[in-house]
Structures are given as C-alpha cells and as structure tokens.
Design a protein around this ligand. Structure first.
Ligand code: FES
Length: 341
C-alpha cells in the first residue's frame, strides 16, 4: 500500500475520531453512545494494529490538549492503545467478509468486556474513589446494548466502503510499479545469463528467468539479451513471440488460469471465467487489472480433468489448483487472494 496514502488516510481518520470523541454522541437515559469506535475500527482494519493503537493514543492526547473536558488520566490513553491493537490484531488482512464478521464479533466483545467494563471501570473507581462493583453495575447494560450496535454498524460500513477504499489505496501508478517490479534492471539479465551461460542455445531458459522476475518480458529485454548473447534482436523477439508462455505485456501478481479444456468446458468452466471477469472488471481483451493485481486467462488443460471445472492461481507460493468450483465461491477466493497482495 502506498505510504503517502496510508498517512493521508490515517490523518483523515484521526480528525474524524477527534470530532466523534469530542462533539458527536447520542445520549439517552440509559447510555451515551459515541461513534468514536468507527474511525478506530476502520484504521485498524485498513492499516493494522500499530496504526489502530496509535490513532487512539494521538486522538486522546490531542483532544485533551485542544478541547479538554476533564482532567487527563493516563489509564484512558492506555485503553485507546489497547483498543486499536485488539481491533487491528483481529481485523487486519481478513481473507473474506465472512471471516471479517466472525473476527469483528470476537474483537468487539473482547474490547467491551476487558477494556470498557474491566479497565475503564477500574480507572473510574480510582478517579472517583468509589467501589469497582458499584460503578460496574451501572455500566453493564450500556455495554450490552452497545455491542450489537457496533457489530452491525461496522459490518455494514465495511461492506459499503470496501471497494472505494481499495481503489483509492491502489490508485498510484508510480508506487505500483515499484511493488510489482516492472522497472527494467539489466543486472537481472546478467544474473540470469550467469546461471544459463551466454550462448544462443540458452535463449528460452534466459527469457523464462527474466519473465519469472517481472511476470512478463519488458521491452528492453530484447536488445539487452541480444547484445549479451551476440545474436540479433529479431531472433530474441521471434522466440519470445513464438511460445505462448511468454508475455510481452505486464501481468498481475496473481495469474488466474481458468481451464476451458473439454472436461472443464462441459462442467461449466465458462460461468467461472465470466464471474472472474465480472468481479475484476476484465474482459476477453483486457486480461489484467489496472493495479496489476490479477490477470485472468484461459488454458487448454491443466491436467486435472477429474477435478473439472478447475483453475490454477499462480503467484502465491506455491501455485494452487482449485477444483469443482462454482461461480458463487469466486468472490470469496478473490478476497483471500487480495488479503495476500
Ligand atoms: S480439461 Fe480442464 S483440467 Fe483438463
């Protein structure tokens, strides 16, 4: 994830958190419901436990300095740190919406039981010199009401914000290039040639080695390899375009090879292919996502016909073959892969 965007996002969520903590809350006779949990959970989900804890601490200290409501008590700052850490630990890089929901339920319950009811009650009993159990009794009902409200609202927010936020975070071509290793480095060609030897009989493994590094053959490859092997650029280009396995266009970090051989075709591989394309905004002509995360292509046979319909995902370690998959399972599989980006 681009670092600048990370900082901008954290700054924005910090400002929202301070506003929520200091100005916005719903008060009833039974409880005072603050929405401060929203930016904390969003931060922890998108940026991880350290940022989740940090934003809570900074908001607590800044809010106290700029708009003091009561005297400073370090215990509440510790609560803010622990809350962000717990949410980040459970919610950062969750593989699917289903698992996000389960982890959300667990983390919200932990935060309410151990931090809000346990620690906060302890700090209040110290501050106001009153018995722990007396204060606790008055806080239990409020927390029981807050738990389902937080879970339902945060899950709805997660579903609603998922796509626009991911698009914002990935929409930075310069940083993507660095992350996807698409800038040409002659040193890589030297290293591959050192392994296979500088002779024209090694053109194929040399090109394979370069493609392994970049996921495709950058245009500079042909002149560079030709010069080092003492052959014409046209010869290198001819080999690269003759074999289907070589690609002259950048490919995604994950290459999804959907089998459309006979066995897979009759067992409905086409709906799977269409579902991948629909989910990723791809088509028969546009096979790679703009953020270079995914490439979707078809292959004639994966050698796994008894598992039809099958597809293979390259780019994870190791490559993985998925068998007997139906279109409704594909969004979950993509979520799992996105978590590894
Ligand atoms: S036809 Fe799909 S794996 Fe063989």
């Amino acid at each position: 994830m681009p670092k600048v965007k990370k900082v901008v996002l954290a700054g924005l969520l910090l400002a929202i958190l301070i506003v929520f903590q200091r100005f916005i809350s719903v008060e009833t006779q039974i409880l005072r419901l603050s929405f401060a949990y929203v930016p904390v959970i969003i931060t922890a989900t998108l940026l991880g436990p350290v940022w989740g804890g940090l934003i809570g601490v900074v908001a607590d200290i800044l809010g106290m300095l700029l708009m003091p409501k009561a005297s400073f008590f370090a215990g509440f700052t510790l609560n803010a740190l622990l809350t962000g850490l717990v949410y980040g630990f459970f919610l950062y890089k969750t593989p699917s919406n289903k698992s996000y929901f389960v982890r959300l339920v667990i983390s919200v319950i932990i935060v309410h039981v151990f931090i809000h009811l346990g620690l906060t009650t302890l700090w209040l009993s110290i501050m106001y010199k009153r018995a722990f159990m007396v204060i606790l009794a008055g806080r239990v009902i409020a927390n029981i009401i807050e738990i389902p409200i937080e879970i339902a609202s945060m899950y709805a927010i997660k579903i609603f914000l998922d796509k626009p936020v991911k698009k914002y975070l990935l929409d930075d071509p310069d940083e993507e290039d660095t992350e996807n290793n698409t800038k040409f480095d002659p040193g890589i060609v030297d290293a591959v040639i050192k392994v296979w030897g500088a002779n024209p009989g090694s053109i194929i493994p040399i090109l394979q080695g370069i493609q392994e590094k970049y996921n495709y053959l950058p245009p500079e490859t042909f002149a560079c390899v030709a010069k080092k092997l003492g052959v014409s650029e046209a010869r290198i280009y001819g080999v690269a375009t003759f074999y289907e396995n070589f690609s002259l266009k950048p490919k995604g970090k994950f290459i999804i090879k959907v089998c459309d051989g006979t066995a897979c075709h009759v067992r409905k591989s086409v709906p799977n292919l269409e579902k991948f394309r629909k989910e990723l905004g791809l088509s028969e002509k546009k096979i790679t996502t703009d953020d270079l995360s995914f490439t979707v292509q078809t292959v004639a046979c994966l050698g796994a016909c008894s598992l039809a319909p099958a597809f293979m995902v390259q780019g994870g370690i190791p490559d993985k073959v998925y068998a007997n998959v139906t279109p409704d399972q594909i969004p979950g599989i993509l979520e799992e892969l996105r978590a590894k980006l």
